[in-house]
Design a protein. Sequence first.
Lengths: 328, 337
Amino acid sequence: MTTLSLGGGRTIPAKYVPVLVTACLFVAMFVAGGIRYEGFATGQIVLNVFIDNAFLLIVAVGMTFVILTGGIDLSVGSVVALSTMIAASLMTGPGWPPYVVVPLVLLVGSALGLVMGYLIHAFDIQPFIVTLAGMFLARGLCYTIGTESIPITDPTFTAFAQTRIDLIADMWISPSVIIAAVVVLVAAYVLHYTRLGRAVYATGGSEQSALLMGLPVGRTKVAVYTISGFCSALGGVVLSFYMLSGYGLHAVGMELDAIAAVVIGGTLLTGGTGFLLGTVLGVLVLGLIQTVLSFEGTLSSWWTKIVIGMLLFAFILLQRLFSARTRS
Amino acid sequence: MRRLLWPILVLAALLLVNLIFTPGFFSIQLREGHLYGSLIDILRFGAPLILVSLGMTLVIATGGIDLSVGSIVAISGALACLQISQDQGLFAAVALALGLCTLLGAWNGFLVAAVGIQPIIATLILMVAGRGLAQLITDGQIITVNDPAFKLIGGGYLLTVPFGILIVIAVLAITVFLTRRLALGMLIESVGGNAEASRLAGIRARGIIVMVYAFAALCAGVAGLMISSNVSSADGNNAGLWIELDAILAVVIGGTSLAGGRFSLGGTVIGALIIQTLTTTIYSIGVPPETTLLFKALVVTAVCLIQSQAFRDKVFHRRGRAAPPRPVTEEKVRVST
């Protein structure tokens, strides 16, 4: 195994390098922002990134499982929208209580993931296409439920939206961040300390070898899409805490954000390599880019897109350069 | 030819469904020296998608993917319309737009081949930034132009045939010649099979990758000209929105594997026609607009299932004949690291 040698004979295994590079670049970006903008370099700014992107983080965790097996899930954004839509329509229309609606939404998301996983595994269809069909299906279901935005007035949901959990030194987080943190911790445990996690890495590394080793490749593949579906639905619930509405146009293009977060975090799209911590950092980087742009303030919407593209490019280029240097 | 059998059957089935709902669906008339008819419409409105899909096929054959084509469609239309509205001359406008698109495609290829960024992310950069660039060119407005010569590209007729169809036929002919009559197609497939091994075998893999991305962008550029010419305006925000997904879908329905290593141009054309026919079908059988996506999802799933060997074996129980051995999953062998 190639290693990055530091002074004093200590070495870092090559597999950790991309995550470390991402972490360093994130810190560098934060420091640069702190120098350039007043009031930027505070802990609350980082916490705000978590608060604003809790749903993206949850979805990206599910996406990490899928990408680690070498697959891809394009349906996540639509499933998020579908979840907000189902939750809002059931609570606003027939007035169902949240403790019925939320499990139902999670069930629908998981079931969608399960079906997609089954199609991919049993019929050998490419994940990109199956999940693209899933994306159309979920978006289509949203519009079938309703084309307008449905407000959520349920007291439990509004309470979740307004609660602030105070931390030390005037810093605070929302309950969504705690949900996201729990999801990340559970997912990290599953990936690194359970048989399923081992099977996920093995399947992504080489499906054929995993099969020959007697690992349940098919079950693993179905499982990761189910997990991704569940995470998307949970992300949808958290997004409806944040938005307090259900709308078919929520989270358009979010699958690309999630994929970008996973890849920025150093996970390879070919599967088998990557860490959940990288995904967390990837979401933080995307969120920080948004924060920097909001501090800049005066950009028109098209310049915002161009700058996001340029920052993404600069980031990936730097990451690539650092990783490539340590490899040779 | 066997690979094309199922896509062709699906296309035929879709057309037959249309015939049931619209009895005169297959009739083609010559009116005022122009060809008219539903089939001609499918070809005409499907022309941009076919072009984008052709470029996408070669990119996917090298094991890559290009998400930026939708943004390039918007940039091309925006730049051409801006130039024409400033009286720069049609030829200069078209040349400039296509030149910029090719350059942007080469940039994508450079990121993938030379810098080594994963294709989906490398092209995601331009997908996001390119949309902004298109809006920057049009200043966030919709530019309308009134130039009969420009109108010809997407909405005009030449020798009774819609000009867009002729462009597609020309591009298809050139692509087929270059990839199937010359060695280029084999080189592209070899790069898609294993870029590093191809390089070691003496193929200039990087050059080929840059070329296919440039070609894909050029095709998207032409498609952008068609789309903006057809409506005589450029909309930086919505032109070509999500066309990359339709194009990828067309390529896969046509039998090209996203893993790279082999491709079928004929399949791609049929795949794109299936998607365009599907859109037409949605209108002709009167699916309510809210459920069009639902309908599309069901048809796409059905098409993919029918094409899946595993599905056909399970459903039709063809036990009389020994099932062919399942192909070994293509392993990407990493040579360097």
